[in-house]
Write a protein that binds this ligand. Structure first.
Ligand SMILES: [Zn+2]
Ligand SMILES: [Zn+2]
Length: 139
């Protein structure tokens, strides 16, 4: 079992993730764009430890977006009743080499933020047809 270690900008929050998937998904929806400032990227993990001054914002009735209460670095997203969290890849040095697997809400992206490559892509309408909840899991 491989353990991935990461931390926020001020290092007050330390994160360990077991068996990370080794790929990243990107979402350009209006909420992710606003929260990230531009491009939102994450990867799912169900076994992890998070220590430090974590703060969470309830961004929708059953979804929470977490950040370091000291430096504000974004840490993860989680849905109520779902074991997985979607972690921010930039917190982990090893994630630099992971490929992009999916890009969703492509028609909502900032005009310069579309990403090159042969990964899966879906517009807002295409994604919502597959996942009725507006912020489901990227596939
Ligand atoms: Zn911090
Ligand atoms: Zn999104």
């Amino acid at each position: 079992m491989s353990v991935l270690k990461g931390h926020c900008l001020c290092e007050a929050v330390q994160i360990s993730v077991q068996d990370a998937p080794g790929w990243v998904g990107v979402c350009h929806c209006d909420m992710c764009k606003r929260w990230s400032g531009a491009v939102f990227a994450c990867f799912p993990a169900s076994e992890f430890e998070v220590d430090g001054p974590v703060a969470e914002h309830a961004s929708s009735p059953k979804s929470f977006r977490a950040f370091c209460g000291r430096c504000g670095s974004h840490l993860y997203m989680r849905d109520e009743g779902r074991a997985e969290r979607d972690f921010m890849p930039g917190l982990f040095a090893e994630a630099r080499d992971w490929p992009l697997k999916s890009e969703i809400y492509t028609d909502r992206a900032l005009c310069w933020a579309g990403l090159p490559g042969d990964h899966n892509r879906a517009t807002q309408a295409e994604y919502q047809a597959k996942y009725p909840s507006p912020m489901g899991e990227p596939s």
